[in-house]
Design a protein around this ligand. Structure first.
Ligand code: GSH
Length: 265
């Protein structure tokens, strides 16, 4: 196996799964380093990440920074980390020699797909690759909206909810349209578009865990009618979830959603 990227993140993280699933299809190695979200403030965010003892935390005091997106506690991000990953986010990936930092989960996914020799994960030619990028760009807009929405789920407000609803409808309409013409999103073969969509959308579906919080504020789940409104997208999601390359990475993540659907039928 070719030596692959090193990825640092809190775990589990659907954004990390993108690269892991692509690596399974491509038969290449990725090294995943991390810990559960509550422990990640106790890690040195670096190209050589490591768990910090209390003594280490004193030693690395100069690297202590307050989290900017999702984390509100202190995080220990080295200067080298910020040089390589200037926005300071995880997942953060590093080239095998630790000299090149790659951020944004879709770009880490692309980095894996670029090493793929046999599966056309990044399209069959440069035009297809650009079409893959088109879908990934749209996916990033959706996922940025759902990131803010998921952060706000416990105390939803009208503005945030309506932003999410409109981003959801816009994005899902496009995905559903493209599935009218192809067996995969935008193509007749599986690409990283399917992988990225699968991971981002599965993460978005976590809103289902907060149905009661939303209801208390007078809101329904944005994805309330997902199955009937977007049947092709739903079928595609379910079919992908059954492929070994996906199921071996995501484990039981979608089981609660599948159970809920069974119960409602
Ligand atoms: N769009 C980015 C999102 C990455 C992101 O926002 N990560 C957050 C955690 S969810 C982070 O690393 N925050 C660091 C901080 O709070 O300083 C991706 O797909 O990788």
């Amino acid at each position: 196996m070719e030596k692959g990227l090193k990825i640092f993140s809190y775990l589990p993280n659907p954004r990390v799964w993108k690269a892991e699933i692509a690596a399974k299809f491509a038969g290449i190695q990725v090294e995943i380093i991390g810990d559960k979200p509550s422990e990640i403030p106790n890690w040195l965010w670096d190209a050589e990440p490591k768990k910090l003892s209390d003594a280490d935390k004193k030693k690395f005091k100069q690297f202590e920074r307050i989290g900017k997106r999702g984390f509100s506690s202190s995080l220990y991000k080295t200067d080298d980390f910020i040089k390589l990953i200037p926005f300071g986010t995880v997942p953060a990936a590093f080239s095998p020699d630790g000299k090149i930092g790659i951020f944004e989960s879709n770009s880490i996914l692309r980095a894996v797909a670029r090493q793929d020799k046999a599966n056309n994960l990044y399209g069959k030619n440069s035009f297809e690759a650009s079409r893959v990028d088109s879908f990934l760009d749209s996916g990033l807009v959706f996922s940025r909206e759902h990131q803010e929405y998921l952060f706000g789920l416990k105390d939803m407000n009208e503005a945030l909810y309506q932003r999410m609803k409109s981003a959801y409808e816009f994005f899902l309409n496009g995905i559903e349209e493209s599935l009218k013409y192809n067996n995969f999103i935008g193509f007749d073969h599986l690409t990283i578009v399917d992988i990225s969509f699968f991971c981002d959308f599965s993460q978005f579906l976590r809103e289902g865990h907060y149905a009661d919080d939303l209801k208390n504020k007078g809101f329904n789940l944005v994805s309330e009618n997902f199955v009937s409104d977007y049947p092709k997208t739903y079928n595609h999601l379910m079919q992908l979830s059954q492929l070994d390359e996906f199921s071996s990475v995501i484990g039981t993540y979608l089981d609660w959603f599948k159970r809920k659907l069974e119960e409602s039928n």
